[in-house]
Design a protein around this ligand. Sequence first.
Ligand code: NAD
Length: 362
Amino acid sequence: MAYRVTFIPGDGVGPELSEATRRVLEATGVEFDWDVRDAGADVVEQYGTPLPDHVLESIRANRVAIKGPITTPIGSGFRSVNVALRKELDLFCCLRPCKSYPGVRSRYEDVDIVICRENTEDLYAGIEFEQGKPETGKLIEFVSELSGKEVRPDSGVSIKPISVSGTQRIGRYAFEYARREGRRKVTAVHKANIMKFSDGLFLQTMRELAKEYPDIQFEDRIVDNLCMQLVQRPEEYDVLVLPNLYGDIVSDLCAGLIGGLGLAPGANIGDGVAVFEATHGSAPKYKGMNKVNPMAMMFSGVLMLRHLGEREAADRLERAIAAVIAEGTHVTYDMKPTRDDPTAVGTSQVADGVIEKLQAGA
Ligand code: NAD
């Protein structure tokens, strides 16, 4: 039976990337019944919002979605659709596998790291107090009174909540993922030496949880040390689990290790619901030019196939994309030695190349 999947083309370069991804997913032979839903700047006029209710309802009903990037217009007053989706659907884990493939121009080989970033807490919880506002003054006085520590009266304040339940949820996901995918080690990343009651709680909760998974190695690293080690010896790391802010930064660091944004896939995972999307944004300056790299979204499609239990098709599609990368003829400008390389192909030609490899049984 065909899988019913919510399909959100996105805006900017989103529709081109989505189309290329749809084509390669269908070429695996897995059947899909796409429930196409538009969101983003282009639907605001029709619905008065960039995230109409029917899009959320569709994802809630289908439990699986794949989406192209969506622009967050600066200063328009609209919330980011991407952030709103994560909040509305409580997509608590941002999963970002970072794997190097032969043929990619990168300083590193043998990187195979999976990032599990907590998506709902930490400094990203959105609890912020603006400098100079009366409520900020009140908060500063209250904090000084409670803690006996001075906060300068001309401060702005962002609150960093980290909970036991939030950490258990992301931690359990990381350990279960490691078990399911045959991974050997989970590393918890923190700054518990400084932030004892937020990062410290994260670390303590992770240590407790690790006892339930004796078959998976567990260790922890302080985030600054981890960054240095990732640059020196990325092959030593396997599954990383991080609070929101460190997760955001380390995700980009790891995308850099494997050759850049054009290759970094992602998934936002909640309880029984998952939205698959590339790490990169809508690159508006390239809209409609058939130029940018669809591989990050295609690899997100690979993750979706695995999530659906179609492991064999997922492996085939991954091998086909890897074969195109290794051959180096059907790749976009960002994978060439120089950005103006005349042999670079366009988005849809990458899909043609991948489909050829799939048909040849790569
Ligand atoms: P971006 O990722 O869209 O693009 C930055 C640059 O990276 C591009 O100009 C391009 O040079 C390169 N790039 C990005 N994707 C590429 C690809 N697939 N192939 C080749 N090169 C690629 O980041 P930005 O310019 O900061 O953001 C543009 C818009 O996208 C913003 O409105 C932002 O809010 C939004 N955004 C959306 C998502 C999402 O939908 N999940 C994620 C990040 C940013």
